[in-house]
Design a protein around this ligand. Structure first.
Ligand code: HAM
Length: 414
């Protein structure tokens, strides 16, 4: 049996790596300019972090975590998301003593045991941003604007949906109201939804079966039950987005698969993606730090799937790798000189490659031409080295020590 990459995983080959570097460069530029510093947390954490942070009732915790024992009786889990780990780090490093909000971003890989399909993998990458320590609606709006800018920089056209969940207390009262409504209509619900009325009634809004959907179209909505403070917060976020010219739809039944959200909730989706249309999502999570035994700290953030952004972006302008100098070997005796020339060229700031494959001289020149090398130095055992400028085809003989200065001067050879 041939050994292959595990199901739902993939290799990033150089061409694809260049597209990912572009995503990273845009993220760094856009988030860096807004004061976000980069953070990297471990690839695995205590399982409890996700049980308590993401929520026991979520699909992620119930069925998608890669958990394993560390051999000393502790359960560890490959991180399925980045928000709980960043909050753990915030608490662990006493970041509440830093100037608030602490603004952090990451580009890391995450792991979920989901059924693989286009745009859905078991190891995937996210660019994420978290602003911890601010309750201001400007924080929410600014995060959404930064995400819109990132998608825009990549040429992604995506639909923005926003909503608000209010406070957990409002949600608890609403939850009971919704549960009573679901129980009163339980005969029309799917078995799955009926079975989850106690555990997670909100997920009923996500159901696709016609019976449940019909019931849900008349269900009470949380957005209509927000208290005055939360409603005002949401109204300000909307006003700021209007002012910034960011289009959005209010989606009162927006549901996201994580339990930590409070107040603002948002998601960008793209039709270019098919079934897995969510490109990016996030929201406010004002209780999470406290839930993880930190001081009460409001926070907001988002994450965007790198593979989904790349799928939605289509063609991206990546610049081809540049080779200023190709060092060809005309004589076996000259190999040490050729080796040293390539090294010195790089030290002088040139992109230089050495012949490493035992090709004939003719093949070496063809190879250098294919890679678009600016110059080829033909190192032989004689007193001079041939330097060929590939574009003009002009060639002249120089001493070995003249090769690099000649290229650096960019001078014509004749
Ligand atoms: P999430 O919606 O679970 O949120 O994931 C964010 C994004 O990651 C999704 O919109 C999608 O693009 C990508 N993604 C999720 N699962 C997969 C998968 N199996 N394969 C490929 N891409 C995937 C979070 O993770 C939250 N931590 C976001 C957040 C940050 N909320 C507040 N701060």
């Amino acid at each position: 049996m041939k050994i292959q990459a595990p199901r739902g995983t993939f290799d990033v080959l150089p061409e694809d790596a260049a597209r990912r570097e572009l995503v990273e460069a845009h993220a760094k530029r856009i988030l860096g300019a807004a004061g976000y510093g980069r953070i990297e947390t471990p690839a695995f954490e205590a399982t409890e972090l996700f049980q308590r942070g993401v929520g026991e009732a979520t699909d992620i915790v119930q069925k998608e975590m890669y958990s394993f024992s560390d051999g000393a009786g502790r359960s560890l889990t490959l991180r399925p998301e980045g928000t709980a780990p960043v909050c753990r780090a915030y608490i662990e490093h006493g970041m509440h003593k830093w100037p608030q909000p602490v603004k952090l971003w990451y580009m890391s890989s995450f792991f979920r045991a989901e059924a693989p399909q286009k745009g859905r993998y078991r190891q995937f990458w996210q660019v994420g941003a978290e602003a911890i320590g601010s309750a201001e609606p400007e924080t929410d709006a600014e995060l959404i604007v930064l995400l819109a800018d990132l998608l825009d920089a990549l040429g992604i056209r995506a639909r923005l949906m926003i909503s608000s969940l209010g406070k957990p207390e409002t949600r608890a009262v609403y939850r009971e109201e919704l549960q009573s409504y679901l129980r009163a209509n339980s005969d029309q619900l799917s078995d799955e939804v009926r079975g989850r009325i106690d555990l997670n009634p909100l997920r009923a809004f996500d159901a696709i079966d016609p019976g449940t959907r019909a019931v849900m179209s008349g269900a009470p909505r949380l957005l209509d039950r927000l208290d005055a403070e939360d409603a005002a917060h949401f109204a300000t976020v909307r006003r700021l987005l209007d002012r910034a010219g960011i289009g959005y739809e209010i989606e009162p039944t927006l549901v996201r698969g994580l339990d930590y959200y409070t107040r603002t909730l948002f998601e960008f989706s793209s039709d270019a993606l098919g079934a897995q249309s969510g490109v990016a999502g996030g929201g406010r999570y004002d209780r999470l730090i406290e839930q993880l035994d930190g001081p009460p700290t409001p926070a907001c953030g988002w994450a965007a799937g790198v593979e989904r952004m790349l799928l939605a972006a289509g063609e991206l302008p990546t610049s081809p790798a540049i080779t200023d100098l190709y060092v060809a070997i005309a004589d076996q005796e000259a190999r040490p000189d050729a080796f040293q020339l390539a090294r010195e060229a790089r030290r002088a700031g040139l992109a230089a490659q050495l012949e490493l494959s035992g090709r004939s001289l003719k093949r070496q020149l063809a190879h250098a031409d294919r890679m678009g090398a600016g110059y080829v130095a033909i190192v032989g055992d004689g007193p001079t080295t041939g330097l060929k400028e590939m574009e003009s085809g002009e060639q002249r003989e120089l001493s070995l020590s003249e090769v690099i200065p000649t290229i650096l001067r960019g001078s014509r050879l004749t």
